[in-house]
Design a protein around this ligand. Structure first.
Ligand code: GLC
Length: 530
C-alpha cells in the first residue's frame, strides 16, 4: 500500500526554525540557509518529518523577516535563491519536507508595490493597500488599534491619506478586496510550490480581509480576551471576517493541484474553538490551523484538557488539530510551563508529543532551551524595544540555537558576536546527544515512540480519572499518558501494563501491576494491558 501523501504531517512531528538563529555558515553572526542545510542531519536524526522556516525572503528587517520586500527571492543575510533550492533538494532527499512562511497580510513599506502605491492617489497600485482619508473632523479613519499597540492608521504626508498598518508603521496592510493582489499571491504560491516547497505557514491568517466599510470596532467587554481588553476593543471588523474563507478555498485548490498536495497551515491566534474550526472550512480550506488557546494555557490538567476536548469537538470531520508549546513570538515552554523545574519541562515535552494532532517543536525545544534574559541594549525586536521594560519583546526565545558549549556555541565561529546573545550554553545539543537521560534523548525517543505506536499518532483522546491535579488521558485503546501536575506524590490505582517512556528514564520498561505511582512533575506513557 502506498503511504497517504498527507501522512508526513498527519502522523509525524514537525519543527519550526528561525533562520537567523539556527546556524551561521559564513561567520557573520547571523544564521543562514547553508547553515540550515548543514544541520538537516540533526532534524533527520531527531525524527521530525519536516520543518517550517520563518521568512527567508528579503526583508527591511524592522520585524526581522515579517516585513517583506520581495516574495520570490531570498534575503541577502540568509543566502541566495540557489541556496534555497539546494536546501529544499537536500531536505527532500532526506525525507524532510520544507514549509516556508508566507506573509500575505502586509508588506514592508519598502516593497516596490507600496512605493508605487504611495506615489500618488491615482497610481495603478494605489488600491493594493488600504488607504483612507481622515474623517471630516480630522480624526483617524476609524478606531482600529494595531496589534503592536497604538492606532492602526499612519498618515502619509505625500498624498495626505492614511494607510492601514496592523503591526509596525513599516508594515502596510494589503487590500485583499483587490483581485490583482489575489492574483499576485497565487503566482507567489506557485513560484515556491514549483520549487518543491511542501507547504506554507500563513502569517496572520485570520486578518487578511478587513471590513469593506472599515466600521469601528466595538468596545471590549469583560467576556473578551485579555489582549482585547488591553486594547480596549473587540477585533470584530479587522479580523476573522467571513470573506477570508474564500481566499483559502482558492489556495486549497491550488495546493491540491500539486502532486503530492501541498500543506496550508495557518497562524490563527483566535480564542474560540468554533472560530479556529472555521479555518478548516468543510475540509476545503487550511489543512491545519495553529491552536493558540493551548499555547497560552497554563500547564494545568483541567485547563488543558478542556482546550483539547473543545477543540476536537469543534473541528470538522477528518480534520486534525495542530499544537505547539512555543514559537518565535512567545516565551519558550521550558520556561513558561516548566518554570524552574526541569522535571516539569520534561513532563510538558511528553505531553506535547502525545497530543491528538500534529505537534510542532520550536528549534531548541528538543534540548529544553530556556528563554534568555537580555539587557536593554541587546534587544532587537521592535516590540521589545518600544515597550521596554514590559516583558513583551520576543528576543528571549529567539536567541541562537545552542549546538555546543564551545565558544560560538556551534552556531557561529568562535569569537564572532551573534546577532542576539547566547543563552545558557550548558544546555546544548552536543552534550545531550549521547546521554540517554538527557532532554534531547527524551524528545527523540518520544518522537520515535509516537511513530511506532499507531495509538499515539492515530488514536482518539479521552480523559482518564486520576488523583487530584493529575492529567491522565488515553490515546486509542492501549496508550495511557499520566502526568502528575500536583505538588505531591500520588498513586493511580487499577493500572496494569508497561511503562514505555517515563520522564524519569530509569522507569522505561517497568511493569505495572495494579498501580502507578508518580512524583510531582513526573510523567509516563504506559502501554496498557487490556
Ligand atoms: C506574525 C508573526 C510575528 C510578526 C507578525 C507581523 O504574528 O509570527 O513574528 O511580528 O506576524 O508580521
Amino acid at each position: 500500500m502506498t503511504e497517504d501523501p498527507s501522512a508526513w504531517w498527519r502522523n509525524g512531528v514537525l519543527y519550526q526554525l528561525y533562520p537567523r538563529s539556527f546556524a551561521d555558515s559564513n561567520g557573520d553572526g547571523v544564521g543562514d540557509l547553508v547553515g540550515i542545510t548543514q544541520h538537516l542531519d540533526h532534524m533527520q536524526w531527531l525524527g521530525v518529518r519536516g520543518f517550517w522556516s520563518s521568512p527567508i525572503t528579503p526583508s527591511a528587517n524592522f520585524d526581522w523577516g515579517y516585513d517583506v520586500k520581495d516574495y520570490t527571492s531570498v534575503d541577502a543575510d540568509l543566502g541566495t535563491l540557489e541556496d534555497a533550492e539546494s536546501m529544499i533538494t537536500a531536505a527532500t532527499a532526506r525525507g524532510l519536507k520544507v514549509i516556508l512562511d508566507l506573509v500575505p497580510n502586509h508588506t514592508s513599506t519598502e516593497h516596490p508595490w507600496f512605493l508605487e502605491s504611495r506615489s500618488s492617489r491615482d497610481n495603478p497600485k494605489r488600491d493594493w493597500y488600504v488607504w483612507e482619508d481622515a474623517k471630516p473632523d480630522g480624526s483617524l479613519p476609524n478606531n482600529w488599534q494595531s496589534s503592536f499597540i497604538g492606532p492602526a492608521w499612519r498618515l502619509d504626508e505625500l498624498t495626505g491619506q492614511y494607510y492601514m498598518s496592523n503591526f509596525l508603521r513599516q508594515q502596510a496592510d494589503l487590500n485583499w478586496w483587490n483581485q490583482e493582489v489575489r492574483d499576485e499571491f497565487e503566482r507567489i504560491l506557485r513560484f515556491w510550490f514549483d520549487r518543491g516547497v511542501a507547504g506554507f505557514r500563513i502569517d496572520v491568517a485570520h486578518m487578511l480581509i478587513k471590513d469593506r466599510e472599515l466600521r469601528d470596532n466595538p468596545p471590549a467587554t469583560e467576556d473578551d480576551q485579555l489582549v482585547e481588553q488591553l486594547r480596549g476593543q473587540r477585533q470584530q471588523y479587522n479580523s476573522n471576517r467571513p470573506e477570508v474563507h474564500e481566499i483559502y478555498r482558492r489556495w486549497r485548490e491550488i495546493a491540491d493541484s500539486y502532486d503530492p498536495p501541498r500543506l496550508l497551515l495557518g497562524e490563527t491566534p483566535v480564542w474560540k474553538p468554533s472560530i479556529l474550526a472555521s479555518y478548516y472550512g468543510e475540509g476545503d480550506e487550511l489543512d491545519l490551523a495553529f491552536n493558540f488557546i493551548l499555547l497560552e494555557s497554563p500547564f494545568e490538567a483541567d485547563a488543558m484538557h478542556q482546550v483539547i476536548e473543545t477543540t476536537l469537538a469543534a473541528l470538522p470531520r477528518g480534520c486534525q488539530a495542530v499544537w505547539a508549546g512555543g514559537n518565535h513570538d512567545v516565551p519558550r515552554f521550558a520556561t513558561r510551563w516548566g518554570g524552574n523545574s526541569p522535571a516539569r519541562a520534561r513532563a510538558a515535552m511528553l505531553m506535547l508529543m502525545t497530543l491528538p494532532g500534529t505537534p510542532f517543536l520550536f528549534a531548541g525545544d528538543e534540548i529544553l532551551m530556556q528563554d534568555t534574559a537580555l539587557t536593554q541594549e541587546q534587544l532587537r525586536d521592535p516590540l521589545g524595544v518600544k515597550l521596554y521594560p514590559m516583558p513583551v519583546g520576543r528576543d528571549p526565545e529567539r536567541t541562537p540555537m545552542q549546538w555546543s558549549g564551545e565558544p560560538g556555541a556551534g552556531f557561529t565561529e568562535p569569537g564572532v558576536e551573534p546577532w542576539l546573545p547566547f543563552g545558557d550554553l550548558s544546555v546544548n545539543v552536543a552534550d545531550q546527544r549521547d546521554d540517554p537521560h538527557s532532554a534531547l534523548s527524551l524528545t527523540r525517543d518520544l518522537i520515535a515512540l509516537r511513530s511506532e505506536l499507531p495509538d499515539l499518532h492515530l488514536g482518539g483522546y479521552s480523559r482518564f480519572d486520576g488523583p487530584e491535579g493529575w492529567w491522565c488521558y488515553r490515546r486509542g485503546e492501549q496508550a495511557l499518558i499520566a502526568i502528575n501536575l500536583s505538588e505531591v506524590h500520588g498513586v493511580l490505582e487499577a493500572v496494569s501494563g508497561q511503562v514505555r517512556i517515563g520522564t524519569q528514564r530509569s522507569r522505561d520498561g517497568e511493569a505495572l501491576v495494579g498501580k502507578l505511582a508518580l512524583e510531582p512533575d513526573e510523567a509516563v506513557i504506559v502501554r496498557l494491558e487490556l
